[in-house]
Design a protein around this ligand. Structure first.
Ligand code: ADP
Length: 738
């Protein structure tokens, strides 16, 4: 006998399960297309099939369960490990007009009773609970009395001991399947390792789960690595490219954090420091100031970041090398969660390796030290390596990068200059290691190559070696760099307690001239940096700033972070489209109906005033009127936009589907649709086949005759049984050509 109320889900294969989903996405969140894997993940939610969804930070995991929760009858339970995240998510949902609440230990008994009463009255669509609370005696029994649509487990890697964030209380979630046998369980994580994924499925007893794994590449992050020379200047250079926006600077040591905070503050930056040596309340204050945009920059040790959901971080700078690529990916991944371009700059210096080695050896067991040193070596290879940063990162996590050129890292931009005589230089270094019987470290080897007159060298008679002074025309820094690069590319290996250099098989090949290593000739001064592209296209920056002020006013009044009111991506789209009416305001990506109701009038009025005083047109449709790109971002824009647009046009000509084109140009379907609209406009197409069938087109045309082609939402309302938002837009684009 069934002992609790549960909803019977429509069949996943039935095809109709996603019928209202796009409408819900638009109505509550103001989005018109899915991010990669979202559609499939949402389909599992709607169909009630257990799933494990692995997407990188910023991949849009929350919507994977929030959208089905709105589609299904009953209430979804979301298990989340962090109180701050829960609060953030519930605030964001409430702002979007969704009945959501949380139950956690920070609430007063009265507040908790209110939520329980709402559950009893079946008023809520989504309830966030901590794992401890969910597994507490009697609570699951209470929930079972009410219709539960689904159970979503956020940050599901916490269930696995193999993950980096294991939480013992997550283990008990394994009982959920027994307690709620008829309710689908969906797990979400950004953790990339197979081991952890398998463990999640096992621990949660997922039944025939659909496992969806997205690409771990974050194409909107622009990676670069620089040798650290003058840290303050280098950090400021990056920060100044993002004036008035949010950045995080990571340092290895607390003392470095304190120093850098003082130095930056002295020259006028709005900055706060964060590390484990501060009092709890000081850390909280720093974190809150950052989340609420009261400071632009946070300088921190790795202690900072867990639970930070801030989507509009525009730069993550590592002033010192992290201790593993796992850490680097996680920390740098805090940039650009909103999908807009962001920069990740790693400044590394020769002593970072030694600093970490010392710290690792102090604090961990022998086996842990061995593993940690291996990871440190991989990190160091990345820093000194010269292969595409995106490729290096995804390959480290066991995935491949299809594109030859990521168009978003210093290597692919060609910002790094390669030494022309790399083979000869490498052979000199490798021979020197050989002549030293592979018994010395990098520093000593460099000194021999430079012809140092150091006492210990003379005493050892190493000044008589044939390789002594072979690279004396270069600086020590450069020779040391090259040795690290040879280690990074696997020509040399560091081993033993003193990091003694030895020659690998690959190194022997280079010595025989069968392989040529790539050695960098570091640019003397700062390199040309190329950031920010399509996401600023057509945006009036003055208007964007004006809207930011307005957003801040509302955020302060409502006591929520600014991004809960509107994200940066949304504000940019507002400053691009410049709507003159509420209807136009609803077209802005990220504006759902609740927000349009709440803020629409004031924002539209502000836009009107700004456009009047600056003589700007309003109601711009960015998909049909590409605006010239700002000069500052020429390189990336030219490289990505023109090429992919051309490629897309060629494929549309052959009648390829939007998904096929989006895959081919490696951009979101949203972008492919924009290109399709441009293509239709440019070619003057009057029928939308094969993207919209003619029957649907006729219906849309009939409604458009009455409503006018400008009123997309009004048309969609009339035809939503046969067409989605994109089909309406595509059809209207064709109607405009008639
Ligand atoms: P994750 O939890 O995977 O790190 P989030 O759920 O926080 O990612 O989403 C990241 C950002 O992407 C948020 O700003 C969110 O509003 C936005 N987003 C999610 N889905 C879409 C979509 N379909 N279209 C546009 N933006 C989206």
């Amino acid at each position: 006998m069934r002992d609790h109320v549960s909803y019977r889900h429509p069949n996943l294969d039935g095809g109709s399960s996603l019928d209202r989903v796009l409408e819900i996405l638009k109505q509550y969140w103001g989005y018109e297309t899915y991010l990669p894997q979202q559609r499939e993940a949402i389909a599992c939610g709607v169909a009630g099939r257990d799933s494990l969804v692995v997407l990188p930070t910023g991949g849009g995991k929350s919507l994977c369960f929030q959208v089905p929760a709105m589609r299904l009858p009953g209430m979804a339970i979301v298990v989340s490990p962090l109180l701050s995240l829960m609060k953030d998510q519930v605030d964001a949902l409430t702002e979007n007009g969704i009945a959501a609440a949380r139950i956690d230990s920070t609430q007063t008994p009265d507040e908790r009773d209110d939520v329980l009463a709402s559950i009893r009255r079946q008023e809520l669509k989504i309830v966030y609970v901590s794992p401890e609370r969910l597994m507490m005696n009697g609570f699951a029994d209470f929930l079972k009395q009410h219709p539960i649509s689904m159970i979503a487990i956020d940050e599901a890697h916490c269930v696995s001991m193999w993950g980096h964030d294991f939480r013992p209380e997550y283990r008990r979630l394994g009982q959920l399947k027994t307690t709620f046998p008829d309710t689908a369980i969906h797990a979400y994580t950004a953790t990339a390792t197979q081991h952890v994924r398998d463990d999640i499925v096992e621990q949660l007893h997922l039944v025939n789960p659909k496992v969806l794994v997205g690409s771990f590449d974050r194409p909107n992050l622009i990676y670069s690595v620089e040798r650290r020379t003058e840290v303050l200047r280098q950090v400021r250079e990056v920060l100044d490219r993002h004036k008035g926006e949010s950045s995080i600077v990571y340092c290895i040591r607390r003392a470095d954090v304190d120093d850098l905070v003082d130095q930056l503050r002295d020259v006028g930056y709005r900055v706060a420091g964060y590390h484990a040596g501060l009092l709890d309340r000081e850390r909280k204050a720093a974190q809150n100031a950052f989340i609420r945009d009261e400071v632009d920059i946070i300088v921190a040790t790795v202690a900072f970041g867990m639970g930070i959901n801030k989507p509009n971080v525009r730069a993550v700078i590592h002033a010192g090398m992290p201790k593993s690529l796992e850490h680097y990916q996680q920390e740098s991944g805090r940039a650009g969660r909103d999908g807009l371009d962001a920069e990740c700059v790693l400044l590394y210096g020769g002593n970072d390796y030694g600093t970490w080695k010392y710290i690792i050896e102090q604090s961990e067991s022998e086996q842990a030290v061995r593993i940690a040193l291996q990871k440190l070596g991989d990190m160091s290879s990345y820093a000194s390596g010269v292969i595409c940063r995106h490729r290096a990162l995804v390959e480290y996590f066991g995935q491949t990068l299809e594109a030859d050129n990521c168009k978003a890292c210093d290597v692919c931009f060609g910002d790094l200059e390669l030494a022309e005589d790399a083979l000869v230089v490498s052979q000199k270094i490798l021979s020197c290691v050989f002549r030293l019987d592979q018994r010395f470290g990098a520093d000593y080897t460099a000194n021999i190559l430079l012809g140092s007159k150091e006492q210990r060298i003379l005493q050892a008679g190493h000044n008589d070696l044939s390789t002594y002074g072979l690279l004396s025309e270069f600086t020590k820094k450069r020779v040391r760099d090259w040795i690290e690069q040879l280690v990074g590319q696997g020509y040399l290996v560091k081993g033993g307690e003193y990091n003694v250099l030895s020659i690998s098989e690959r190194g022997w090949k280079a010595l025989r001239g069968e392989e040529t290593p790539r050695l960098l000739k570091p640019a003397e001064r700062s390199r040309k940096h190329t950031v920010l592209e399509d996401s600023w296209e057509g945006v009036d920056r003055g208007l964007f700033d004006t809207l930011r002020v307005l957003r801040r006013k509302h955020a302060t009044a409502r006591n929520v972070p600014a991004y809960i009111v509107f994200g940066d991506a949304c504000l940019r789209d507002m400053a691009r489209r410049r709507p003159s009416s509420i209807e136009g305001f609803l077209e802005v990506s990220g504006v759902g109906q609740a927000k349009a109701r709440q803020y629409g009038e004031e924002f539209v009025a502000t836009i009107a005033e700004y456009c009047r005083t600056h003589a700007l047109d309003r109601d711009i449709d960015p998909s049909v009127k590409p605006v010239p790109k700002p000069a500052r971002c020429k390189k990336r824009t030219r490289a990505t936009l023109d090429l992919s647009r051309q490629l897309a046009f060629g494929r549309f000509e052959k009648g390829e589907s939007i998904i096929a084109v989006s895959d081919a140009i490696e951009k979101k379907p949203e972008v492919a649709i924009k290109y399709l609209l441009d293509y239709i406009a440019q070619e003057g197409l009057t029928t939308p086949e094969p993207w919209v069938d003619l029957g649907t087109f006729d219906r849309i045309a009939d409604v458009a005759k009455i409503k006018g082609t400008a009123r997309i939402m009004a048309i969609l309302k009339e035809v939503s049984d046969v067409a989605d938002y994109d089909q309406v837009k595509i059809s209207i684009e064709c109607l405009k050509n008639l």
